[in-house]
Ligand binder design. Structure first.
Ligand code: C2E
Ligand code: MG
Ligand code: MG
Length: 745
């Protein structure tokens, strides 16, 4: 979700940047366009100026040739009629409406036969003073009243005195045509104005009525600011040679103006060429360009975006494909082609469903590999995988973990259904294996319940634990995970881990249980029994840790430790002058075969200073089944002076033959046998066992004696000593010394 927002933000910023750059580009184009326009205005105006100037020179030259003709004629002393005649011949080709000559008093005669007075005309007044002038539009007074324009110049006598003027009259239309120039392909308008900004000639599309308004009055009509630029000059009585400005009228009436002075040659008055383009026209042009450019930009952007999307799609689809392939590789078991554990874990975790997770293993599968070869082994695994898949329902999940291990998930809550499925798998394996040329196989399973939110990893390890717990038990093929069993294993692990420290810190305490003679009711011996005082002060019974230490070999250290402690105790009692009795020490079956056992024990007695007779060794009866080695060991102990007690006789492993084959000094009848007292068969068994032991020269100690009846029975059978709660429970060293060794603490 977070990533999506980030992506949206990135895209938004990207689009904003694109829009901004389009706007910026737009502004840039407008400004460039405006610059371009000004330049165009300048060029167009310049061209117009050049064209007009050329025309003006031509007209002027034509007039000057007539003036020259008139001067020649006058200097010859010719009359006005003669002057007119000579002018008339020149006028044939000129295209003037008429040409005329006026003397210095203003009496004029024309080539089209008119006579009149020019005294009041301004062009006459200026030309008679020596100026060549050209008028704006004035009204004809000779024959017609049409609008005309007049070009006039002075005529000099040989003595450089002015004798009159020659003037040429244009029909206003013809005059207009002479100076009519198109600008901006009719998008703009063009005019020639005089110094008073009166229009001399102009295109038809001028934005004002040139008959009524001057250029300046037009600008004034646009608003107070509009005329300012020109107004400044006008106020100063100046006329700029060249001027560009934008007229900001209101709204639509914005104009761009270019104003340039004409080189009038000998003509005395001053004209200006003005090109006017409306801002609206310009904007239309710009908008058109902008529209085209924007469309192009958008097309480019759209193309870029589409290409990007296609590219991204391509990449992601490639990515998806690759990911799918990678996932396939990552989640497929290379051997069976089915799911592997990674897939199983992912799928079960993702679905977060409840049900039963089953870990499966095959008994003695290694045998297949070693007997038939790994290839055959792999083949069998694939077949088993297939049989499992054929048996489970489509919603169940199966995966091959490694070697001969599989894991399954049953998304259901009825454990009987799960067990039924496992039974079916087992039957199928047994049935199908008959057709496969390998030894028979059977599977066993560990099952655990998976609740919502449980870790699949943990459930799998629980199921493995349950499965391993029945590894040795061929008669059961499934086991449910039991939390307490795990706890037990954890406790055992803790005990293992803290063993060395416990030995170093003397956490193992030796307790003593007396052996009492039923005849004298006096103590004749004791058995040393170990306890573990944990750091929290609690006392742990040997049944909790002895079996564990027997499996991991630590018992050898513990047995030797206890033996040494008992030796020290005997030495202490000896030193205190107490009367001694033998204190027997247990030697575990697992300790029996440690290197130089007898020598080491003997050495300990010597080091501490006690005789071996005072520390008899108890060996459990079941250990005596290992014929050869135990016999040698028993002999070695005897040779070293240690009396030997056969412990736990009657626990089920006992055989009477062991009594004969091995030389033990004392036979300890186990509590389980003693408990038979009062039962006829039991009584007989005990009676004969005691008798047999006695016949073989052994002493007999009865263990686990708890009541008087038992004591009486054993006394009657001449049992040598009794060890049991009837007399005393095992006691701490202090308590024992106080009660039985007469030590005053
Ligand atoms: P064990 O060697 O057969 O010791 C006799 C066990 O019977 C002792 O249990 C003792 O407390 C118990 N017992 C004696 N009289 C009675 C009675 O009247 N009623 C009942 N219910 N029980 C009675 P404990 O001390 O719990 O020791 C259990 C076993 O642990 C021992 O059986 C022995 O096999 C083993 N063990 C104890 N200490 C050592 C040791 O230092 N080394 C080795 N290897 N094993 C030891
Ligand atoms: Mg014992
Ligand atoms: Mg015993």
């Amino acid at each position: 979700m977070k990533t999506n927002w980030k992506r949206i933000l990135v895209w938004a910023v990207l689009f904003a940047l694109i829009i901004l750059s389009i706007l910026q580009c737009n502004r840039q184009i407008r400004s460039n366009h405006e610059k371009q326009l000004v330049e165009n205005l300048r060029i167009v105006t310049n061209q117009s100026v050049k064209t007009i100037e050329t025309e003006l020179y031509a007209q002027e030259a034509r007039l000057q040739s007539m003036v020259a003709e008139a001067e020649t004629t006058i200097n010859r002393g010719a009359s006005t009629d003669e002057i007119i005649r000579s002018l008339n011949s020149l006028n044939q080709l000129s295209g003037f409406k008429r040409v005329g000559y006026a003397d210095k008093d203003g009496h004029a005669a024309t080539t089209d036969g008119f006579h009149g007075e020019l005294r009041d005309f301004s062009f006459f007044q200026k030309s008679v003073k020596g100026e060549t002038v050209i008028t704006g539009t004035i009204m004809d007074t000779m024959g017609t009243t049409e609008p005309i324009n007049v070009l006039s110049a002075p005529v000099y006598l040989q003595n450089r005195e002015i004798c009159g003027i020659v003037y040429a009259t244009y029909r206003n239309e013809a005059f207009q045509r002479l100076f009519d120039i198109d600008s901006f392909e009719t998008a703009g308008s063009n005019c020639i104005v005089d110094e008073e900004s009166k229009v001399i000639s102009g295109t038809e599309n001028l934005p004002f009525d040139s008959n009524k308004d001057t250029l300046f009055s037009f600008l004034e009509s646009l608003g107070p600011d509009a005329a300012d630029t020109m107004g400044e000059y006008y106020k100063r009585g100046e006329r700029p040679d060249q001027l560009y400005f934008r007229v900001d009228g209101s709204g639509e009436s914005d104009y761009y103006l270019y104003y340039q002075a004409l080189d009038m040659g000998q003509v005395h008055n001053q004209w200006y060429v003005v090109t006017i383009v409306s801002a609206e026209t310009l904007h239309k042009e710009v908008s058109k360009t902008m529209g085209a450019i924007s469309a192009m930009l958008f097309e480019i952007i759209a193309l870029v975006v589409i290409s990007f999307i296609l590219f991204a799609y391509d990449i992601t689809s490639m990515d998806r494909k690759q990911r799918k392939e990678l996932e396939k590789i990552a989640y497929t078991d290379p051997l069976t082609g089915g799911n592997n554990y990674a897939y199983f874990k992912e799928k079960v975790s993702k679905d977060d469903r409840i049900g039963y997770l089953v870990s499966m293993d095959i008994h003695s599968f290694k045998m297949i590999n070693s007997v038939c070869g790994n290839e055959k082994g792999d083949e069998v695994i694939c077949q088993i995988h297939q049989w499992i898949c054929e048996t489970v329902a489509p919603e169940d999940l199966v995966a091959h973990v490694n070697a001969d291990r599989f894991v399954m998930f049953f998304p259901r809550l009825d454990k009987d259904v799960v067990i039924d499925k496992l039974t079916q798998i087992n039957h199928k394996i047994i049935r199908e294996m008959k057709h496969v040329d390998v030894p028979q196989l059977s599977a066993y399973y560990g099952i655990t319940r998976l609740e919502r939110g449980d870790s699949v990893e943990k459930a799998f390890s629980d199921a493995n634990f349950a499965r391993d717990s029945i590894h040795e038990k061929k008669d059961i093929f499934y086991s449910f995970f039991d939390r307490y069993a795990t706890q037990h294993v954890l406790e055992e692990k803790k005990m293992e881990d803290s063993f060395d420290e416990a030995i170093a810190k003397h956490e193992f305490e030796v307790w003593y249980q007396p052996k009492i003679s039923p005849d004298t009711q006096k103590i004749v011996g004791a058995e040393a029994l170990v306890r573990w005082r944990r750091a929290d002060g609690s006392l742990v019974s040997p049944n909790k840790f002895i079996p564990l230490f027997e499996t991991n070999g630590m018992i050898r250290i513990l047995d030797e430790y206890v033996f040494r402690e008992v030796c020290k105790e005997q030495k202490e009692l000896l030193d205190k002058g107490c009367s001694l009795f033998p204190i027997s020490v247990n030697l575990s079956r697992a300790s029996l075969y440690s290197m130089n056992l007898v020598e080491r024990y003997k050495e300990i007695t010597q080091q501490i200073g006690v005789v071996p007779e005072m520390v008899p060794i108890e060996i459990t009866e079941s250990a005596t089944a290992d014929d050869g080695p135990i016999q040698t060991l028993a002999e070695d102990f005897h040779k070293a002076g240690f009396p030997l007690h056969m412990d736990d006789f009657g626990t089920g492993y006992s055989s009477l033959s062991s009594l004969n084959s091995l030389h033990f000094d004392t036979l300890k009848l186990d509590k389980s046998l003693i408990d038979y007292i009062g039962n006829f068969g039991g009584d007989q068994l005990i009676k004969h066992t005691i008798a047999l032991a006695k016949d073989l020269g052994m002493h007999v100690t009865a263990e686990g004696v708890e009541d008087e009846k038992q004591v009486a029975f054993l006394q009657q059978l001449k049992c040598d000593s009794i060890q049991g709660f009837y007399y005393s429970r095992p006691l701490s060293a202090l308590e024992f010394e106080k009660r039985y060794a007469g030590v005053q603490n």
